[in-house]
Design a protein around this ligand. Sequence first.
Ligand code: IVH
Length: 683
Amino acid sequence: MKEENAKIRIQELTEQLRQHNHNYYVLSAPIISDYDFDMLLEELIRLEAAFPQYSDPNSPSRRVGGEITKDFLSVRHKSPMLSLSNTYSEEEIREFDQRMKKLIGSDVEYVCELKYDGVAISISYKNGTFQQAVTRGDGTQGDDVSENVKTIRTVPLHLHGNFPEEFEIRGEIYLPHEGFRKINLEREESGEALFANPRNAASGSLKMQDSAEVSRRPLDCNFYSINSEQLLYDNHYDFLLETNKWGFKTSAYIIKTHKLDDIFEFINDMAEGRDQLPFDIDGVVIKVNDFKQQDLLGNTAKSPRWAIAYKFKAEKAITQLQSVSYQVGRTGAITPVANLKAVLLAGTMVKRASLHNADIIEQLDLHEGDRVIVEKGGDIIPKISGIKKEQRSDHSRPVQYITHCPECNTLLIRKEGEANHYCPNENSCPPQIKGKLEHFISRRAMDIDSLGEGKIEILFDNGRVKDAADLYDLSYEDLLGLEKMFPAVDGKKQRKVSFQEKTCENIIKGISASLVVPFERVLFALGIRYVGETVAKILAKHFRSMEALAEADTESLAAIHEIGGRIAESVYSYFHDPAKLHLVERLKIAGVHMVLSEETPEHSQLLEGKTFVISGTFSEFSRDEIKQLIEQHGGKNTSSLSSKTDYLIAGANAGPSKLDKADALGINILELEGFMKMLNFKF
Ligand code: IVH
């Protein structure tokens, strides 16, 4: 390469890598894969070595990490937090082994362990108690995130056993898959942007200022190195076993060996088995076991010479971008989606990839019809990690982000500091209305499952419902005969949904049955932005009624522990919107619970003096819920039939002997419908 070209390329790479470092470490939103990042970095290192005159003293090649986040106290590490040198090839592992043998002058013992895909942390302990937890930051100094780390259950606060008086231990904080799914589900329910992968969720969690919020995120931590003057063992393998006894979690997947073949077998086993692990790994780390040998080998400026990481390649495929479509969520948030020419990736056909937001499209410099690289790493949804620019036609135009809502044509807005565009037309933009209704009837909200599977869409398309309160005005006649053909999507066949007698009966029953749903779930069902299940419970418990909540000002809302300013603003503005107040009022008139259940007044004495037995199962209620209703209305529950029983409520699979006995004793047998009629529920 010519000197002039090298200079330009070094500048380009430096700039790109800085941006990617910022995306990764500060924004927690990388737009290229680790593999691609490493390739760029390698290219820069090579060029800097060949043309040292153009090497910038602050080059990304000389730095280990990202920038310092200003909100936390900045702490200097006692020894720098290094990185690991990476490889993607077996050949380089062989070379590593050759190097080790040559430098040490004898056979070398290695330990192989997992490379956890999370966020590095360094924790100091004194006399067996937790002192301080600091993030890697730029490798020299990081942020004091002690309060957040203390909330991680697997990080011991007090140790047991024979530990040194003072030491610093390092490890990786990560979010297991189950916790990741739970957090994203909650975020979806409260209308927040989803985390792209568990690593981003873990790093986002560590940087939160409210440690109570962090404690609800099921983070985990695995430890992999220690710094202390007073160690009672002299090798890494014993460190992993010993520290485990003091209370630290260390990798359960480790081998100790002299043989390269064992190392490759371990790598292959882990590459094959990684999908079965409950957390993400991005490779395997191979370390020289003996501490004296580690000291002898020492470190380069960036990484220890005695260790190497074998990283798994993310599975990738190349295909063509056919179009970009824009989805509108129930909160009006716009999500761009890349529609791709179908391609096989990690065993599944991929036709779509998430594009997240306008910035990502811009940073990728995506053009219409581009050949794109799709990647499925630990991420749940495939993403576009790169573009084959050299295959792009000269006439292709950049993808233009939409300015108006694709559904209702309203001008989109983008709030300062937010990544997503929004359609502000929340009261008449169809997907927002349908999305809110879908949320209202969902299992954890009002649980009206008889309205699932496209039925809301049919009701909306036919003008039967525009908001949640309309559901409670529906009659059997309003429903009968409605139908719609749903086209085939994502491998599901096309299907026709039609409202026949039984369907209509079930819908009306399901809606009526939702009147027993407790206040906190009603509050969640309203779909107020940032009010997910947990926040709804906190607010319900604190204010005890919708009326009191509606009257609260932002200060008193924000004064509640665990309720931040953003939630307070959102709740306040919901209850100061006349349209929303009208909706809540109509729901109240329909009989939906508006007060905390222990304060719900006895409904009535409609069942006074009547004794009931329940048999069988019911799709609308659990047996306990029916028992509760009987008691709330002054009736009495018994378990066995006798001459004193007034009614047998019989559900599906009611015991035939019970039915016969009730007949013989002349006891009234009710289906759920008859029972609900006794309570004046509309069925
Ligand atoms: S040893 C001296 N072991 O990978 C370097 N690191 O680029 C000490 N990581 O920042 C690192 N699993 O956060 C080591 N079993 C493991 C690891 C591991 C994940 C992370 C670590 C480090 C990065 C290396």
